[in-house]
Write a protein that binds this ligand. Structure first.
Ligand code: SF4
Length: 188
């Protein structure tokens, strides 16, 4: 398979994802970007829930994200709360209403059933290939990884806990399954 064919496949996968997102958004009376912001905010950790992190993750303009956040706040899906250690930083927290919406609507992501229909070896080799492509893409475009905390070089597993060697703090186990703005991989 040549690069063009691979690219067309990736493009098609992107279209399928966007079509699903539009369907979910219409059902919930939201814009697709509002669902994307909510999804990011329920997936990220406590150090990555700022306006600029959302801007970096989605690659949207600051103006678009700012308007989106304002309207999600007005609908009761998120709350803006100043950081307890730095009042100049405003953190964006998803309310119970927002969490419920994401939990109910997003599990129907279009790839779940297709992935489950593959045998274990195919799932594993697909996962490795996609991970390799993702790393190369982020590196060549000089983008942040926003990877899962557990896979970060600063995440240290201790006997009964986890520790972040970059921020010098203990991490609760559920935090280590979230994505982080500061996530770093070897060689980056
Ligand atoms: S270990 Fe890495 S990913 Fe986890 S909180 Fe620290 S910097 Fe973020």
């Amino acid at each position: 398979m040549d690069i063009y064919e691979t690219y067309k496949l990736i493009e098609r996968l992107g279209e399928i994802t966007r079509a699903h997102l539009r369907k979910v958004a219409t059902k919930c009376g939201l814009q697709p970007v509002q669902v994307e912001v909510l999804h990011y905010l329920v997936s990220c950790n406590q150090f990555s829930n700022t306006l600029m992190s959302v801007v970096d993750y989605l690659g949207q303009t600051k103006g678009t994200v700012s308007q989106t956040i304002k309207s999600l706040e007005a609908k009761g899906f998120i709350e803006k709360i100043p950081d307890k250690n730095d009042k100049r930083t405003v953190r964006l927290w998803v309310t119970q209403k927002g969490k419920k919406l994401i939990k109910q609507e997003l599990p129907g992501i279009p790839f779940t059933a297709a992935l489950e229909s593959l045998d274990k070896d195919s799932q594993s080799s697909l996962s490795k290939s996609l991970s390799t492509l993702n790393s190369a893409l982020l590196k060549t475009n000089n983008m942040d990884t926003f990877g899962v905390c557990r896979t970060c070089i600063y995440n240290q597993k201790r006997t009964d806990s986890y520790f972040c060697r970059l921020l010098n703090i203990d991490l609760a186990e559920d935090e280590t399954n979230k994505i982080c703005k500061e996530h770093t991989v070897n060689g980056s």
